[in-house]
Design a protein around this ligand. Structure first.
Ligand code: CAA
Length: 255
């Protein structure tokens, strides 16, 4: 039986893990199923935002029982990085909505998303070093970019699990909401994003990604200018600006 669920409504796709007995610990099969869903969604013009949300616990990390006896070669196959890279690069905005534990590979999934919302009860961290490994699903690369080198090192070297409030102070999550409001807040935010120009958002996401990888700021700005001008060839740019002038809401078509 599948342990990953996909629900699509009003242009919003919600991907959930359903393995409550192990606090949604991530097996290779779960990651493969998630990968298949992302592959299916990424070219769906009707999907304007993707939410990762699982009830009670976001995910307590990779499934340690599946990993414990891996050889080096098996660890390579077990690695979640290809799927998390796909999630980070999917041309649709993504939100991680975190209830309960988001640890290790679970937290790395959240870090691959664009925006993170946490409930007051969330407990987050990278306990890998307590197991004799370090975060290997993009954690050592994405966390410093999100919270800066010093906080990333503190989190990764100690393996400490932090509260939502502390995570917010570090910049690990965008906002903290009441535990029972995590899902609704994520949907509200996704709807706001879904109402905006989808092509512009897709391009902005890609340019932000390229800009973070580009050490020469002027080159980054050149890429931005080039892509920005291209938007003036699109239906959505005409529609957005005409709607403003005509004092009505725009109807974007993603083209
Ligand atoms: N893998 C496998 N099973 C897990 C798990 C995990 N990551 N996390 C929790 N579980 C299972 C427990 O084994 C337990 O199952 P049983 O009832 O069959 O024993 C069940 O979920 C409930 O867990 P606990 O009884 O431990 O619950 P608790 O409330 O006492 O503690 C916890 C909760 C602090 C999250 C604790 O379960 C824990 O420390 N889990 C491991 C967290 C962790 O180290 N995650 C990182 C994994 S490594 C990784 O993710 C690497 C990577 O990037 C690829």
């Amino acid at each position: 039986m599948s342990q990953v669920n996909l629900k699509k409504e009003d242009g919003i796709a919600v991907i959930s893990i359903e393995k409550p007995e192990a606090l949604n610990a991530l097996s290779r099969t779960i990651i493969d199923e998630m990968d298949d869903y992302i592959e299916a969604i990424k070219n769906d013009d009707n999907v304007r935002c993707i939410i990762f949300y699982s009830e009670k616990n976001f995910a307590a990390g990779a499934d340690i029982k599946d990993m414990a006896e891996c050889s080096e070669e098996e660890a390579r196959k077990f690695s979640f990085s290809p799927t998390y890279n796909k999630i980070a690069e999917v041309p649709i905005p993504t939100i991680a909505a975190i209830e309960g534990y988001a640890l290790g590979g679970g937290m790395e999934l959240a870090m691959a998303a664009d925006i993170r919302i946490a409930g007051e009860n969330a407990k987050m961290g990278f306990p890998e070093v307590t197991l004799g490994i370090f975060p290997g699903g993009g954690g050592t690369i994405r966390v410093p970019r999100i919270v800066g080198e010093a906080f990333a090192k503190e989190l990764i070297f100690t393996g400490d699990v932090v509260t939502a409030e502390r995570a917010f102070q570090m910049g690990l999550v965008n906002r903290v909401v009441k535990e029972e409001q995590v899902y609704d807040e994520a949907i509200k935010l996704a709807k706001r994003i879904a109402a905006r120009g989808p092509l512009a958002i897709r391009m902005a996401k890609e340019i932000i990604r390229q800009g973070l990888d580009e050490p020469d700021q002027n080159k980054g700005i050149d890429i931005e200018s080039e892509q920005w001008c291209k938007l003036f060839n699109t239906y959505d740019q005409r529609e957005g600006m005409r709607a403003f002038i005509e004092k009505r809401k725009p109807v974007f078509k993603n083209r």
